[in-house]
Design a protein around this ligand. Structure first.
Ligand code: ZN
Ligand code: ZN
Length: 382
């Protein structure tokens, strides 16, 4: 059974909505025009909504009687990069681009909203969350802080991301972790500056920096189980201003990804110990700060998602053995508050990767995604 015919029948309109959204990308929590556009469509469909978080929107479809509350989420924000696709609908703003396909996710949710408007014969409530600020701006947390899970007893929640490298008719469902956590750290090493010719008269910070960078690599090799997945990347080193001056201070920054919360704890502890040890060895002051940005995204209802996806694309096109991505997703915060699943839908085998200036969302995914949401809902309401 392929995509829902009622959804496929609106393809031209859905495609033009997606391409319109693509041409006017908005960044972070500033999704004002996008929200206005979504509201306009929801008004046309006769679906009510409320503002939530920061420039996010919660649409609500109530069925004929009481029942489960099922939520779906689409992200809406774009990226600060300049588009190079040359498409007729390419971004009208230099330095802003829908390079992650959130224009398509928004259109997919609108397609599902339109479908629901004609299918209100269900017991329960469907919530459609149009979310701002996924690309590192804390949009999901703002929605949680604004009381999404206090106002509504949400039984389960579903989301999707388009995924280059898979065919349009392939859906990936992970059992357990689908996306990694993301943490960031800052290490400030303070010594005492002086002339480069007399390092013994200074407190030289760079040797400590070198030790930290090497030591961070051995945290993965020696403190983390070979069965766990983790990445530590040093991404910035700042310090020094002249050939002949030993500087006072060097700053090191980095990024940590894991697929398991216990590994996150272990890495935070290990890097902190490594930093503290530098003080005794080198006589520097080492100030270490570890910031948790996103938890791992853990799917708790994969079987249900496989059943729903099978009805849209056939079991042979539902992939369940794929490795989790080491990228992160703020949808993970929702999975800390309710059950659910976050799936990937192929954006085409030859599609440029997300966040690339030549990337474009594949409009066929609107049909697959909205049909999948409809099947997920049916599966939950069974
Ligand atoms: Zn992205
Ligand atoms: Zn994205």
């Amino acid at each position: 059974m392929p995509v829902k015919p009622e959804i496929a029948a609106c393809f031209d309109e859905l495609k033009s909505m997606r391409q319109h959204l693509h041409s006017c990308p908005e960044i972070g929590l500033e999704t004002v025009r996008t929200v206005a556009f979504v509201k306009e469509q929801l008004d046309r469909y006769g679906i009510g909504y409320e503002d939530i978080g920061v420039n996010s929107l919660l649409a609500k479809v109530e069925g004929r009687g009481p029942g489960k509350t099922v939520a779906f989420r689409a992200d809406m924000d774009a990226l600060e990069t300049t588009e190079e696709t040359g498409l007729p609908y390419q971004s009208a703003t230099k330095g802003r681009m829908h390079a992650c396909g959130h224009d398509g996710h928004t259109a997919t949710m609108l397609a599902f909203a339109r479908y629901l408007a004609d299918h209100r014969d269900l017991d329960g409530t469907v919530l459609l969350l149009f979310q701002s600020g996924e690309e590192g701006f804390g949009g999901a947390l703002e929605v949680v802080k604004d009381g999404l899970f206090d106002k509504y007893r949400i039984d389960c929640m579903f989301g999707m991301h388009n995924w280059p490298g898979y065919a349009e008719n392939q859906i990936v469902v992970h059992h357990g972790t689908a996306m990694a956590s993301e943490d960031r750290f800052d290490l400030v090493i303070r010594g005492r500056s002086g002339h480069a010719s007399v390092p013994h008269a200074c407190v030289e910070p760079f040797a400590a920096v070198a030790d930290f960078i090497k030591g961070a690599q051995s945290v993965i090799a020696r403190r983390i189980s070979a069965h766990d997945k983790a990445v530590i990347s040093i991404t910035q080193v700042h310090g020094g201003s002249a050939y002949n001056i030993i500087p006072d201070e060097v700053v090191v920054r980095g990024n940590v990804r894991t697929t398991c919360a216990a590994v996150q704890d272990r890495i935070e502890e290990s890097l902190g110990q490594l930093a503290a040890g530098l003080e005794a060895i080198y006589g520097v002051t080492a100030t270490f700060a570890y910031h948790r940005k996103h938890p791992p995204l853990v799917n708790s209802m994969p079987e249900l998602a496989v059943a729903a996806a099978t009805r849209v694309v056939g079991r042979e096109n539902v992939l369940t053995e794929e490795l989790p991505a080491m990228g992160s997703e703020d949808y993970a915060f929702f999975m800390q508050n309710t059950k659910g699943c976050f799936v990937w839908i192929g954006n085409g085998v030859d599609s440029p990767v997300i966040h690339n200036s030549k990337y474009d969302f594949n409009d066929q995914v609107i049909l697959t995604g909205a049909s999948l949401f409809a099947e997920l809902l049916e599966e939950v309401m069974k």
